[in-house]
Design a protein around this ligand. Structure first.
Ligand code: ADP
Length: 330
């Protein structure tokens, strides 16, 4: 039984609504891999967040497992970090979320852009759980007193909520909940290939971590393009999005070449997409090989999750004990 590490702590999680895509990988999972060498890391599949929006109970267990396999394939090393399933620690996460929710204004949650987006996306499913999303996310992090959170830019407003909650709670009860900061990776906002904004599970057009070269080519073939030429390289839109992908997977120099090409001979998107597909696949292939190993050794994965739960639960219970005492509940 391992004792609790004294190193600074890191927490992050990915939902199990759909297969993790390269946005999740570059914005969050790659950051987790980077941090596991130096910090005491807990990385979770946040399945309690998955059930806030419409989902299929019949496939949920497989979806959760797929995220775990992607984590391991991407390089999370169970010797260096702890992997948990949030619902295996539901009592702890939900208890803290309830206490945090008791001190936080509804109006502040209603103002969050992500809440407004979800409301627009699921107009027939605006349930209380949706309001609880940022509260539960704050609890996920504050429960472990995590100082650093590797997550995409889209999640920054939620982290601000977590900091506000920690401050308010500490002010009211004299607890010492830690205010978390975002750990930024170079791919903090991977653009969508099919529409506005960031690549997202709910929009489709995603490149998932197990895609073959052919599948990557097929997604890129559908990516929106423009004429490929103009006086000024655009800051937003199809050219900007595709060249951001080039920057992330083929490097800055290659991206600059395309930016110049746009103002001169013009970008030939067929060529760009073909090279980009190869570069993405080159990054994903080793992930897929490692993932396959764990897929073929389910008992190892079960052990990793059991160890992760045991470790995380010790920390979570310590935090809750302190919170309950300070709140006068014991
Ligand atoms: P999604 O936002 O795709 O539905 P999650 O909510 O499970 O997926 O997000 C998991 C992690 O991936 C979070 O840290 C989130 O900020 C990050 N993330 C999601 N989409 C992107 C993206 N397009 N670019 C960078 N990071 C992203």
């Amino acid at each position: 039984m391992s004792s609790i590490e004294t190193k600074s702590r890191v927490f992050s999680g990915v939902r199990a609504n759909a297969r993790p895509h390269v946005g999740n990988y570059l914005g969050a999972i790659k950051g987790m891999v980077e941090l596991q060498d130096k910090f005491d890391c807990i990385f979770s599949v946040v399945d309690l967040h998955t059930v806030l929006v419409p989902y299929d109970p019949k496939t949920l267990q497989q979806s959760i497992r797929d995220v775990v396999l992607d984590y391991l394939g991407a390089g999370l090393d169970p010797k260096k970090c702890h992997i948990t399933i949030q619902s295996h620690l539901a009592a702890e996460h939900l208890e803290l979320a309830y206490y945090l929710g008791c001190v936080y204004p509804v109006s502040r949650i209603e103002d969050l852009p992500t809440y407004k987006e979800k409301k627009a996306q699921y107009p027939d499913y605006i349930n209380v759980g949706l309001l609880y999303y940022p509260i539960l996310m704050a609890a996920d992090i504050l429960l472990y007193n995590a100082e650093l959170v590797p997550i995409g830019i889209d999640n920054e407003p939620h982290l601000e909520v977590a900091r506000e909650m920690a401050r308010k709670f500490n002010g009211m009860y004299g607890t010492k909940l830690v205010e978390p900061k975002r750990y930024a990776t170079t791919g903090g906002s991977v653009p969508s290939l099919v529409g506005e904004g960031k690549m997202s599970k709910s929009k489709g057009g995603t490149i998932i971590l197990t895609d073959s070269l052919e599948e990557i080519k097929a997604v890129l073939a559908k990516a929106v393009t423009d004429s490929g030429q103009g006086d000024k390289f655009p800051e937003t839109g199809p050219a900007a999005n595709l060249v951001t992908f080039v920057e992330l997977f083929e490097g800055h120099d290659k991206a600059q070449q395309y930016r110049s090409m746009y103002k001169e001979s013009g970008i030939r998107y067929g060529d760009l997409k073909a090279e980009l597909a190869e570069a993405i696949y080159k990054e994903l292939q080793p992930i897929q090989e490692k993932r396959k190993y764990f897929e073929e050794h389910p008992e190892e994965v079960d052990k990793i999750l059991a160890d992760g739960k045991e470790y995380a639960q010790k920390i979570a219970r310590e935090t809750l004990e302190e919170v309950r005492q300070k709140m006068g509940l014991v």
